[in-house]
Ligand binder design. Sequence first.
Ligand SMILES: [Zn+2]
Ligand SMILES: [Zn+2]
Length: 144
Amino acid sequence: MNDKRPAIDLRTGCDCGAVTLTATGQVISMFQCACVNCQRVTGTGHSSVFLFPESGLAVTGAVKTFSRPADSGANFTRHFCPACGTTLYGESSRAPGLCILPAGLFAGQNEWFVPGQLIFARSHQGWDEIADSIPWHESYRPTG
Ligand SMILES: [Zn+2]
Ligand SMILES: [Zn+2]
């Protein structure tokens, strides 16, 4: 389950439709993140996201970005629609060439999403149910 890397070719858009996004390529990894930033941005207990090659991404329409320092010391940048606020993707200076896409952005066409782990379990709250059949990592996934 952890090594699932589905190939996708999907077109979607933000909530208001001003921005469209096409993702074509192979998913690198899928996970849940319960960090405090994801909780604030999503308004829920965790985000459901996947790593994807930035080269497979095509975005049309104007987007705004917000950058903040991440826990790792890297810079994390979130791209969102300036009209409706929908998060389109994120990227970290720690992982050049990769982007992080929210599974929910592909609502109605994301049945292939199978998260393989939870990261930032240290800020996860009990009211937010996460499968305990996947590995829980206190912060980032250990490398290697
Ligand atoms: Zn929008
Ligand atoms: Zn997070």
